[in-house]
Design a protein. Structure first.
Lengths: 136, 103
């Protein structure tokens, strides 16, 4: 069985080191930073990280500095194409505005989920409550 | 880690083919398969996000690395899969499981 190992492709992040990457986390956060190192668990070290929050056609950035991310929380890494980023139709706005809208959206969503949960329970269904924070 | 179906490591014949990866968070990404590893981590090139408007953050991303643990499905082009070979190998596997597998 081991003789097949030499034919196995290997997915390495070494080509992505020192590049500006988008990291999507399991809780739905999007971080943009320069990948400095990684390991076999996809634990990552990101430098000059910003957390970008998207709302409708706008976004806001929060500078975060250096991040060490535990691999189990990583959904995907994307290499950012600088040219395409310049063409983006999204507007950058002050981060406070974005956070405000995000808060309102979150409250509305929680309310909807609660109503749905109650209605289903009343009908006799058992509803799975998503793990808190794991919203993608 | 994964068994050898048809005598080759899984996905090896698919490198270079377009595939669609559906993640557990419902995001689906189409791209050319660059590489796969023992954890089924996937690297895709020239990606196109299915249902782009819902995921504006992916607009500027051309290629990506997807952690194997978040993959729900990998949709393969039908002509790439030799179903006859697969059926044979699965039947053989059932009669004589590889070491470590329970019957």
């Amino acid at each position: 069985m081991d003789s097949f190992q030499i034919f196995t492709t290997s997915t390495s992040l070494v080509d992505s080191v020192d590049k500006k990457l988008l990291v999507v986390l399991r809780d739905g956060r999007k971080l943009i930073g320069i990948l400095r190192s990684f390991d076999q668990f996809a634990n990552l070290v990101l430098q000059d990280t910003i957390e970008r929050i998207y709302v409708a056609d706008t976004y806001g950035d929060i500078p975060r500095g250096i991040f060490i991310i535990r691999g189990e929380n990583v959904v995907l890494l994307g290499e950012i194409d600088e040219e395409k980023e310049d063409e983006s139709p999204l507007r950058q706005v002050p981060v406070e505005d974005v956070l405000q809208i995000q808060r309102e959206e979150m409250e509305a969503k929680v309310k909807r989920e609660k109503t749905k949960h109650r209605m289903l329970s009343d009908q006799g269904f058992s509803v799975d409550v998503a793990e808190f924070g794991e919203l993608y | 880690m994964t068994g050898n179906i048809g005598g080759l490591p899984p996905f090896l014949t698919l490198v270079g083919q377009p595939v669609t990866v559906e993640l557990k968070n419902d995001l689906a990404i189409t791209g050319v398969l660059v590489s796969v590893d023992q954890f089924l981590n996937i690297k895709l090139d020239n990606i196109k996000v299915v249902d782009e408007e819902r995921y504006p953050h992916m607009l500027a991303v051309k290629n990506c690395f997807i952690r194997g643990s978040v993959v729900r499905y990998v949709q393969l082009p039908a002509p790439s899969v030799d179903t006859a070979l697969l059926q044979d190998a699965a039947r053989r596997e059932r009669q004589q499981p590889a070491t470590g597998a329970r019957k």
